[in-house]
Design a binder for this molecule. Structure first.
Ligand SMILES: Nc1ncnc2c1ncn2[C@@H]1O[C@H](COP(=O)(O)OP(=O)(O)OP(=O)(O)O)[C@@H](O)[C@H]1O
Ligand SMILES: [Mg+2]
Length: 266
């Protein structure tokens, strides 16, 4: 445990869109063989950070490396060991599910992938639909295909922007089990989520981002020192404290934190 390697290193990363600073000097490490929860309110900068990790966006300042590969300088090497599940499944509508996964397998240079495709598809109850065009898939089916595509090449890092959106209860369960298995296999799962119960259940460490700044980061068990305090209450209180004293917003967040504190005794 103590000697796990920092697989993902985010070093003083800032991102600006025009004159707007969205991410300010973000420093964050996450270890192999763990699940890291990236939490924060709407618009805090989670997706922007995730897009920089997977190389869709470039940091304005700072560096991100994955297993030592710089996401800008060594972009291909970094991408070869990364699986990405975006917040919405952007897929090719005129490919069948199987053709899409085959394309992913070829892009990553996989051999003998057919059995693995069907094993994963069966776990997600999607094997019977692989012969159909993605066009005909429901949102949840697309999400499942996107998840399968991300883990198919056995990446070292799986980056997930909201893992459970649109999934039915069996698929949500499968995703949770899959993430735990990945962790046991030494993979780092880096996920953003608004479902704090999921973070509590799965994550070893969490980081809370607020207005582009890292407001808190640490081991979940340390953060929840008082075992009676739920992550929801910690999250709401932290955000309230960061709002201007006496402001309506601060009062609103405090009231929500109080309510979360009370509801734990129910
Ligand atoms: N391409 C862009 N151009 C300008 N502003 C952007 C761009 N992309 C994101 N932003 C802004 O960056 C901020 C952070 O957005 P981001 O999508 O990273 O938030 P988020 O934490 O993922 O929120 P959510 O929980 O709603 O998914 C928002 O204010 C958003 O409007
Ligand atoms: Mg987002």
């Amino acid at each position: 445990m103590a000697n796990k390697m920092a697989l993902l290193e985010i070093h003083r990363v800032s991102k600006q869109f025009g004159s707007k600073t969205i991410i300010s000097s973000l420093d964050l490490n996450a270890e192999e063989g763990s699940i890291f929860g990236f939490l924060g309110p709407n618009g805090a900068g989670k997706t922007t950070t995730i897009r920089m990790i997977v190389g869709i966006l470039r940091p304005t300042e700072g560096k991100i490396s994955i297993s030592g590969y710089d996401t800008v300088e060594d972009a291909i090497q970094a991408k070869m060991i990364t699986g990405y599940i975006p917040d919405a499944p952007y897929l090719y509508p005129k490919l069948t599910g199987y053709e899409y996964l085959e394309l992913v397998a070829h892009l990553y240079g996989l051999k003998n992938f057919k059995k693995r495709i069907f094993t994963l598809a069966e776990r997600f109850d999607l094997a019977g639909s692989l012969e159909y065009f993605i066009d005909s898939y429901s949102f949840g089916m697309r999400q499942k295909l996107s998840i399968i595509g991300a883990v198919l090449p056995n990446p070292k890092l799986v980056v997930v922007d909201e893992p459970l959106i649109g999934l039915d209860p069996p698929a949500a369960r499968t995703v949770k089990d899959l993430f735990i298995e990945l962790k046991k296999d030494g993979v780092l799962v880096f996920m953003s989520t608004h479902f704090l119960e999921i973070a509590e259940l799965l994550c070893d460490r969490v980081g809370i981002i607020d207005r582009g700044e890292l407001a808190s980061v640490g081991r979940l068990d340390e953060l929840m020192k008082n075992k009676n305090t739920r992550l929801e209450e910690i999250f709401l209180r932290l955000l309230a404290e960061r709002r201007e004293e006496g402001s309506d917003e601060r009062r609103r967040w405090e009231a929500l934190a109080d309510a979360a504190g009370r509801s734990k005794t129910c």
